[in-house]
Design a protein around this ligand. Sequence first.
Ligand code: 48H
Length: 260
Amino acid sequence: MSIMSVDEAIISKVIIEESLKFLSEYTDVDVIIVGAGPSGMTAAYYLAKNGVKTLVIERRLSFGGGIGGGGMLLPKIVAARPSDEILREINCSFYEVRNGIFVMDPAELIAKLASASINAGARFLLGVTVEDVIYRENPLRIEGVVIQWSAITLSGLHVDPIALRSRAVIDATGHDAEVVRIVARKIPEAGLKEIPGEKSMYAPEGERFVFEKTGKILPGLYATGMAVTAVFNGPRMGPIFSSMLLSGRKIAEIVIRDLH
Ligand code: 48H
């Protein structure tokens, strides 16, 4: 076997041309999801599957958010009924250890959520941080996000960001609810006050709370997963992932309804 030789300048040209093409195609989309954790990727899967042009923006260079860390880095994670519906749909293997309690491999859940959402048509931008939002007033509406390379953010260099427009922005940033927090701090007329953060652990109530409170925060702005817990001061649930998956599916359904 001989590997075809490709000139360095051609490699660079192709990367630059194709990246710019991709980025310019995604400056205006239906939905931007901030965060590629369990809730964000589940939302991406259901949105894309329903024909919604979806872009997931993730600060890190990898998918999964808190899935990989599991519970204290132990190599199995837990979910409960009825989130097995979602596991089945994305073809993630699991087994039942008690009535309605399922165990999965975190690496497989990360891979299957990423692959299901990408196969459904969602696209990901890795290594990019959302540092602000675009808004309009009268009536107040969130209309997109402001992004920067995470490497630039970490470097502390002053580099102006760029903005991407969307019909809906979903905060799936986890414990810090970063997008809603930005809106609360920078757009006082949104009336969001200070984001309280989460309460101590109370797993059954935490799971129920996230699912129930998942929804619209403001016109154009939605929250899913642990961001919901932080925004509404719910209890954390620890290393169980049912409500993350179910919250992701629920927010996709709500956004699809609002977009129509
Ligand atoms: C771009 C960003 C930004 C930003 C953050 O933390 P996650 O896994 O979030 P969820 O809500 O989908 O899942 C939470 C779950 O993993 C968990 O921690 C649980 C259940 N804890 C319970 C407990 O009691 O502790 O993923 C969020 C993702 C991460 O990958 C971040 O890197 C990313 O969002 N992110 N990406 N721009 N400004 N902020």
